[in-house]
Design a protein around this ligand. Structure first.
Ligand SMILES: [Cu+2]
Length: 261
């Protein structure tokens, strides 16, 4: 085989494999607010580190916010939107939620399973994001009892660039050992008003996926090099393994906000 055929083959492979991970986003510009605020949260399914194509979301199975153990169902408040990625558009959602009292608001989304043609599997990423008001911690470190979830061991809305983040992966409330967790950051500007990602990336993405494997207690730690919104997706940790006769990867995703000191 000549050199040209080889390099064309490698390029085709890189494109078809989409090189980076699927990530369910729960995006807000900020994770900490100090005044009563209406949070504008975007629910988008994409590939944030290479700023790749965006994917259609179906009607979510569940979406709520937990404040001091009290849950508010956000499904009735969901608004369908069209999200614009750098090279395509996809069905997404947004929600406006008023944050009044001080403390931790833990948002949790169970999206509809997504059929990934390239792998002939369904993917369902159960995703959490914590928004804090006025710096008062009230439960960011508590599990929500989701089928699978990452429980933060560092305050997820206030991680310093250059420090580390530790999470514990649970499956049906028990530590999930030996699970691969992919790590990405949102590598482009998010236009909240236009429901769009920018075409330009902040930086060149790493050559391949960043990965941590959970230990016997389901724990993983990652040193965070730069400020931004970082996400962790632990793959296949959920109890459900099949959807409509096909393999289901039921993943746990957590978003954290990393800031410069
Ligand atoms: Cu994809």
């Amino acid at each position: 085989m000549n050199k040209l055929a080889l390099s064309v083959g490698a390029a085709a492979l890189a494109v078809s494999a989409s090189s980076f991970a699927h990530f369910q986003l729960l995006h807000t510009p900020e994770a900490m607010v100090d005044k009563p605020t209406t949070v504008d949260m975007k629910l988008v399914f994409g590939h944030p580190m290479d700023n790749g194509h965006v994917m259609d979301m179906g009607q979510p199975e569940a979406f709520f916010v937990d404040f001091k153990g009290k849950r508010t169902d956000l499904i009735p408040a969901l608004k369908a939107v069209t999200w614009t990625g750098p090279d395509n558009q996809a069905a997404a959602y947004q929600v406006s939620h008023k944050i009044q009292r001080n403390g931790d608001y833990v948002f949790a989304l169970t999206p509809a399973p997504y059929y990934e043609k390239g792998e002939d599997i369904y993917i369902q990423q159960i995703t959490k994001r914590v928004i804090n008001k006025a710096g008062l911690p009230t439960g960011w470190d508590q599990p929500l009892g989701l089928k699978t979830e990452i429980v933060p061991k560092n305050k997820p809305y206030q991680i310093l660039a250059g420090s580390t983040f530790t999470g514990q992966l649970l499956s049906e409330g028990k530590p999930a050992a030996g699970v691969e967790c992919e790590i990405e950051f949102i590598n482009t500007k998010v236009d909240q008003a236009a429901n769009a990602f920018s075409k330009d990336n902040f930086r060149e993405p790493p050559a391949s996926a960043l990965v941590a494997i959970t230990d016997d207690n389901g724990m993983f730690t990652f040193g965070i090099p730069t400020a931004g919104q970082w996400g962790f997706a632990c793959l296949g940790s959920g109890p459900d393994t099949e959807h409509e006769g096909k393999e289901l990867s039921q993943d746990a995703v957590l978003w954290i906000d990393v800031i410069d000191l």
